[in-house]
Write a protein that binds this ligand. Structure first.
Ligand code: GDP
Ligand code: MN
Length: 380
């Protein structure tokens, strides 16, 4: 689960990581009230779970109430990379002498934690990694040994942070590591981590991803879950017990098995289409599951065609064919459906469907043919 910046900062604060005083606002009036409390100048920050808000006009400084009203009014409702801003974080503006980057994340192949620290923060770390990889000091951390102050001091030296920032940054990194581990994060990123002209080091941004596998340890995460804006399609799929992930394309996908579902997305992409979703119906390709899958896909107004890709193994294709027909008798689907049925009892399965084929219920012999057909229908 990804947190909003303001939630990430609240999370940081629990572990003693310094952040600026501020508050959330859903309206211009609330923004003014927060600013009156923390004092001008303030920063007005769009709360959306996507990076690069600054560049997109979602982070603005306001010296007084007039400026605040202007920026808050403009940012509320702003669309940042498809995320509409409903909430602002207003905080006391900081003077910035230097911007750094710091993060902890999992290094899965090495079964370690990975710390990244750079004196070149404030810009996207991917850009730094590309253009100047030596500017990022990587630290591999053994989870059993953790990160102590001595190691953090050596790390800030290696990253060549300014002298004035090193001691505070080292202490902050130890706390950030504690937040990341004890707080069960998959990612804890601060960009920028700043040094102020008067010599203070603190977190100006917060990007936190919580590890859902640890949610049993964290009843307090409920408050974060409450503000999660869930995709309505994913919500519906979850209620129906389906393994569904919403995407942006127009070809709805139903496949059995996660591997085949992923290959299906690839093939649709390869022939110039784009998938509306990932959906693995597993071994349970019966009428109930098929009807539920079709209903969820059909609820997506973007879907122009549906590609059902089944490779029968333990799941027999004749059962799938019956399931499709029964599902179609229960739910009304207007988008054309292209089926590719192969594997166990494929011949029997195709025979069952033969009498029901039409302009909107089509079979194709191979996965590639079916993908081409579904993509062509979506574009028609
Ligand atoms: P992001 O663009 O989504 O990563 O949002 P950030 O929170 O990182 O803000 C983007 C940029 O706005 C930062 O890199 C800073 O340069 C600037 N910024 C944010 N807060 C302040 C502040 O308090 N004072 C000043 N002067 N600049 C700020
Ligand atoms: Mn940032």
């Amino acid at each position: 689960m990804d947190l909003f910046e303001y939630q990430g900062k609240q999370y940081f604060a629990r572990y003693g990581i310094p952040v600026s005083p501020g508050g959330v606002a859903d309206t211009v009036e609330q923004a003014v009230a927060v600013a009156d409390e923390v004092g001008y100048p303030v920063v007005v920050k769009a709360q959306v779970k996507v990076g690069g808000r600054g560049k997109a006009g979602g982070v603005k400084l306001a010296a007084d109430e007039d400026e605040l009203r202007l920026h808050a009014g403009n940012i509320l409702g702003l669309d940042i990379k498809g995320h509409v801003v409903h909430r602002l974080w207003i905080e006391r503006s900081s003077d910035i002498a230097r911007e750094y980057y710091a993060s902890f994340t999992l290094d899965r192949p090495n079964k370690k934690h990975l710390g990244m620290l750079s004196a070149q923060g404030g810009v996207e770390i991917e850009v730094v990694a590309e253009e100047n990889p030596d500017a990022i000091a990587m630290l591999s951390i053994d989870p059993l040994r953790g990160l102590d102050l001595a190691a953090a001091r050596a790390w800030v030296d290696e990253a060549t942070l300014d002298e004035a920032a090193r001691e505070q940054a080292a202490a902050l990194l130890v706390r950030l590591y504690e937040c990341y581990t004890k707080g069960d994060c998959d990612l804890a990123e601060v960009n920028p981590l700043i040094l102020t002209p008067d010599g203070r080091v603190h977190a100006l941004d917060a990007k936190v991803t919580l590890d859902e596998n640890a949610s049993f340890r964290h009843p307090e995460w409920e408050e974060f879950r409450a503000t999660e804006t869930e995709d309505p399609r994913e919500k519906m799929a979850k209620e129906k017990g389906l393994n569904y992930i919403g995407l942006d394309g127009d070809v709805g996908i139903i496949a059995n098995g996660a591997g085949l579902a992923m290959s299906t997305l690839d093939v649709v992409n390869q022939v110039g289409g784009s998938a509306a979703n990932f959906l693995d119906i597993g071994g349970g390709a019966n009428a109930d599951v098929m009807a539920a899958a079709l209903e969820v896909i059909h609820s997506d107004p973007k879907v122009k065609s549906i590609f059902v890709n089944i490779f029968g193994g333990i799941t027999r294709v004749d059962e799938v064919a019956k399931g499709v027909l029964e599902a179609l008798s229960r739910v009304t689907i207007t988008a054309p459906i292209v089926l590719r049925l192969d594997g166990t009892n494929a011949t029997q399965g195709r025979a069952i469907l033969a009498a029901h084929l039409s302009d909107t219920l089509i079979t194709e012999p191979t996965m590639l043919d079916a993908a081409r057909r579904a993509v062509a229908l979506a574009k028609a």
